[in-house]
Design a protein around this ligand. Structure first.
Ligand code: SAH
Ligand code: SF4
Ligand code: F3S
Length: 440
């Protein structure tokens, strides 16, 4: 029995897909090379923007073709799009056999079994965290660890709270236990995952509450874990104790993805981000003062309802001011059911949005290329991930700053090596393995 899984969306979905694969493989399924080769066609979907829906629906069309050719194939659709559509999935796409939301991964085994009339044992699962499920990790030495699910923010543009539900923190003991288990399994780098990681713990009873900063320190203290990252934090919850943990814990990496969304206080307010341009900039200054050589990345949206040229210019100026090492830039996309889609007119013309995003991307690349040159001529610690994607005679790995390095020299995935950096582009660095230090 073979399955084929296509994953869309964020790291949360990537991680959920590792669990889906682990679950299926623990029940005797193996991964097929293509949909034509599979008995079970699965999708783990995203619905963050209209373009995510479109990309998925194109792929779903292909599954429909396979189902027409081989009616006994099972088509299963999971994740955020499935959750947002609920029962409509079956009326609009009658060839879909199974739909499941992000909190129902454990039930998938059961659902598939019912569909295929096989007897399988069910997993015990508390409905929200997939931490107890088997997992098939894509990378041997790096792992994601889910620390919370859902989101209590009310960002006016965002569909996530309605598809992932209220925020729930995973018990701290379970998180640390998983980190320790991963470490004993050879993992050297973990990324703590949640929609709003730094509000971790606020939904937990006071006696047993750990703050995000405490969790970060404890994860960083696990034997064998050399690097700890986390994503995504919300600027409003970026407290002094978290900055201190980043500055003081050697394992916590000098990289922070700090979504700004806009550089205009008026737009931020309409987005309900709960911070102003000034507060964001102050935070960036505090981070830079505490963590030398911090690499900062962000998410930015252009064309939010009512965004003027002057307001967009404030977003553009954020790039130089914050000295980002990279940024994801998005065209505002109205999502039905969100405050912005229901109450505000999507009034920035498509061509203006496109002009704005082009200018933003250019500025992001300009600043990132300039920033990357700071590494040239220095020797940096690299966690080796595998062969270079463009030149298999070279190796690929990442700096603590999360920047990819391609380099010459012998190294194995999972090694921490020193690399002399000799050139840079806006997205990658190149270099060679530093000669091993010779004992005097
Ligand atoms: N919880 C995370 C990620 C949310 S989704 C966080 O808050 O950082 C990832 C990014 O998609 C967001 O940061 C935002 O920049 C973008 N995004 C979300 N909804 C969007 C929409 N309706 N249109 C355009 N971009 C959107
Ligand atoms: Fe969406 Fe805002 Fe929550 Fe991020 S913090 S998931 S942008 S509602
Ligand atoms: Fe998409 Fe859901 Fe992630 S909507 S961005 S897969 S939380």
């Amino acid at each position: 029995m073979r399955y084929h899984l296509t994953t869309f969306g964020c790291q949360m979905n990537e991680h959920d897909s590792e669990r889906i694969k682990g679950l299926l493989e623990s029940k005797g399924w193996s991964e097929g090379a293509s949909r034509d080769d599979a008995d079970l066609i699965l999708f783990n979907t995203c619905t963050i923007r209209g373009s995510a829906d479109q990309r998925f629906l194109g792929n779903l069309g292909d599954a429909k073709r396979v189902k027409r050719e081989r009616p006994d194939v099972v088509v299963a659709v999971g994740g955020c799009w499935a959750q947002s559509q609920r029962e409509q999935v079956f009326s609009e796409f009658p060839f879909v056999d199974i739909a499941f939301g992000p909190a129902e991964i454990a039930r998938l085994g059961e659902l598939v079994a019912r569909e295929r009339l096989e007897a399988v044992g069910a997993f015990s699962f508390d409905g929200a965290f997939s931490g107890g499920l088997p997992s098939k990790r894509e990378r041997a030495h790096q792992a994601w660890v889910q620390i919370s699910t859902g989101c209590n923010c009310v960002c006016a543009y965002c569909i996530v709270p309605s598809v992932r539900g209220r925020e729930r923190s995973r018990p701290a003991g379970d998180v640390i236990e998983e980190v320790a288990r991963l470490a004993s399994d050879g993992v050297r780098e973990v990324t703590l995952l949640g929609q709003n990681v730094n509000s971790y713990g606020r939904d937990t009873a006071r006696e047993e509450r750990w703050t995000f900063a405490e969790l970060l320190r404890r994860a960083a203290g696990v034997d064998g874990i050399e690097r700890v990252r986390y994503t995504s934090p919300h600027p409003k919850d970026m407290r002094a104790d978290v900055i201190a943990a980043m500055a003081e814990e050697p394992a916590v990496c000098e990289h922070l993805h700090l979504p700004a969304q806009s550089g205009s206080t008026r737009v931020l307010k309409a987005m309900r981000r709960t911070y102003s341009r000034e507060r964001y900039l102050e935070l960036v200054d505090r981070l830079r003062a505490a963590i030398p050589d911090l690499s900062l990345t962000t998410d930015l949206i252009v064309g939010f309802p009512g965004e003027t040229d002057a307001e967009f210019a404030e977003t553009l100026s954020l790039i130089e001011r914050c000295q980002y090492d990279g940024a994801y830039t998005f065209l505002y996309s109205p999502r039905p059911g969100t405050e912005a889609a229901d109450r505000l007119e999507d009034d920035v013309p498509a061509e203006v949005k496109r002009e704005r995003i082009a200018a933003l991307v250019e500025e992001v690349q300009r600043v990132a290329s300039q920033r990357a040159t700071r590494f040239v001529g220095s020797t940096r610690e690299v966690l080796v991930e595998g062969p270079s994607r463009t030149d298999p005679t070279r190796m690929r790995g990442r700096l603590r700053q999360n920047i990819t390095v391609n380099f010459a020299g012998d190294a194995e995935p999972g090694d921490l090596v020193d690399v002399e950096i000799d050139s840079a582009t806006s997205t990658t660095l190149a270099g060679r393995l530093a000669p091993a230090a010779v004992a005097a």
